[in-house]
Design a protein around this ligand. Structure first.
Ligand SMILES: [Zn+2]
Length: 182
């Protein structure tokens, strides 16, 4: 795969230009790379395996701290300093590491992820994701299904609202499950 093809293969993922570039390098040289971050790191890892044909063992998605929120723009990290140090010390060996970031809505729009989603629905989703971790791509995908069931061509605010309700319920449930096993 040429560098241009590799770059196109990752173009569907919004923002994260530095991480995409690092993945191209890792893929070209067969290097082990650690993607630091939460949901975005997981999405990038899946894309790198699927589109760049990377070895799953050589692409590691690693949360920045045990709760996953350290360094997040909106969400508060609940970890103690000692816990974060222990977490960093446990990080798997890798040749390269790069931070990943939750893309802005503008970056999502630029890659076409918000096509046929009206402005009210985009604003609702942007607000909701600042309260809790919600994957923008997953929420948009579910909202599209709801709109389609409704016979609507455009995702409107009521479709997005229904998708977010389901997303929030899942997030609360998962958080409860994580706390129970911690
Ligand atoms: Zn934390």
């Amino acid at each position: 795969m040429t560098a241009m093809e590799a770059s196109n293969a990752l173009a569907a993922l919004a923002g994260n230009e530095t991480a995409k570039r690092a993945l191209q390098v890792a893929a070209a040289g067969g290097h082990t790379i650690m993607l630091i971050g939460n949901g975005v790191a997981t999405e990038l890892r899946a894309l790198a395996i699927e589109k760049l044909g990377m070895d799953p063992e050589k692409v590691i998605a690693w949360p920045p701290c045990p709760c996953g929120n350290f360094g997040h723009k909106h969400l508060a990290c609940r970890c103690t300093y000692a816990k974060i140090r222990a977490h960093v010390a446990k990080a798997p060996a890798a040749e390269m590491a790069v931070e990943t970031f939750e893309p802005s809505m503008e970056e999502y729009r630029r890659v076409g992820a918000l096509r046929h989603v009206d402005q009210d629905a985009v604003e609702l989703l942007d607000m909701a994701r600042q309260q809790r971790y919600l994957s923008v791509t997953k929420m948009v995908s579910i909202a599209r299904t709801i709109a389609k069931l409704d016979g609507a061509e455009t995702v409107r605010v009521e479709h997005m609202s229904e998708a977010i309700q389901g997303g929030l319920t899942l997030a609360i449930y998962m958080q409860g499950a994580a706390t129970a096993t911690a």
